[in-house]
Design a protein around this ligand. Structure first.
Ligand SMILES: Nc1ncnc2c1ncn2[C@@H]1O[C@H](COP(=O)(O)OP(=O)(O)OP(=O)(O)O)[C@@H](O)[C@H]1O
Ligand SMILES: [Mg+2]
Length: 287
């Protein structure tokens, strides 16, 4: 059974004439890691906010969202806040306390966890996220990447079933962004957590996600594995989608035979190098 099912979801903001979500249909399986992409304003944040129902925007909506097989509206808010976690762009807007440790504990206190469980979870998370040395620090002393890690750890403290992230690396430098994405990959692999992330860093995400959903004007334009998505975006009649294909697969698409299977598309530098070795004349070349 899908952990999340979105059926014909459409939505208008009160002031807007156009549908911001236009008959979105989507099923996400438990353990899937999904990348939501599309140009600015295509509706990614609006869609994520409908899933995290306490953040759902006000407006006219039709269609249905099912979480673990039942309408999202049938769950109480406490259940949703425990089971659907969300990390947003700006860690500043999400931190609520002043110390790292209290930030980790805050969400657990809010849902009434007993203190021994809070202590155990905080210790486990701090170890897993490498935050031990930061626990006593003030949140304002942390770098943007560290703040986002603390934010993610505090969301995971509730052990949600579904994790949503809305451009979590938008304010991070490239190195911190890369580390956060690798951490998401590890969480997905180790814990089997279902993750949906809206992001613009395709180069880092394509190799680690299971599925890509490309949105345009509130509707899903393409969906498939990263390699399928690269093929579909590259051959889309609208040339602007080519900009979504990162340099390594893009180079491959430019030189490949037109009938090459999409399974062959390299997503990483390593895969690109392996492809190069197969080309006549490149095999013996130093790479
Ligand atoms: N509160 C609001 N009232 C009216 N229109 C809104 C509101 N918030 C967003 N919109 C509009 O809804 C559309 C979708 O916005 P949304 O923020 O969901 O896009 P997005 O894909 O997340 O964009 P970005 O990549 O810039 O974050 C845009 O046209 C935006 O202008
Ligand atoms: Mg957005």
């Amino acid at each position: 059974m899908a952990i999340l099912e979105i059926q014909d979801l459409s939505f208008h903001y009160p002031a807007g004439e156009q549908a911001v979500l236009d008959r979105v249909n989507l099923a996400v399986e438990p353990g899937e890691f999904v990348l939501l992409c599309g140009t600015s304003g295509c509706g990614k944040t609006t869609l994520l906010r409908h899933i995290k129902k306490e953040l759902a925007p006000f407006g006219a909506r039709s269609g249905e969202l099912l979480f673990q097989g039942k309408p999202l509206s049938s769950y109480d808010d406490r259940y949703i806040s425990r089971n659907i976690g969300m990390v947003q762009q700006s860690p500043e807007n999400q931190t609520v306390t002043d110390r790292v440790l209290s930030e980790l504990v805050f969400t657990m206190e809010n849902v009434g966890f007993p203190s021994d469980l809070m202590r155990r979870r905080a210790a486990e998370l701090s170890h897993y996220f490498g935050l031990d040395a930061l626990l006593g620090k003030h949140v304002f002393e942390l770098s943007g990447g560290q703040k986002q890690l603390v934010q993610l750890a505090s969301v995971l403290a509730l052990q949600p079933q579904l994790l949503l992230l809305d451009e979590p690396t938008a304010q991070l430098d490239p190195l911190a962004a890369r580390e956060l994405i690798q951490l998401l990959h590890r969480i997905n692999q180790d814990l089997g957590l279902t993750i949906i992330v809206a992001e613009h860093r395709y180069e880092e995400l394509l190799p680690v996600v299971d599925r890509v959903i490309a949105m345009e004007n509130g509707a899903i334009r393409h969906t498939g594995t990263p390699r399928e998505a690269v093929g579909a975006l590259w051959t889309d009649a609208d040339e602007r989608w080519k900009d979504f294909v990162p340099p390594i697969p893009s180079l491959f698409m430019q030189v490949q035979e037109t009938d090459s299977p999409h399974e062959a598309v390299p997503l990483t530098v390593k895969e690109g190098r392996q492809q190069l070795r197969r080309l006549p004349g490149f095999g013996a070349a130093r790479q």
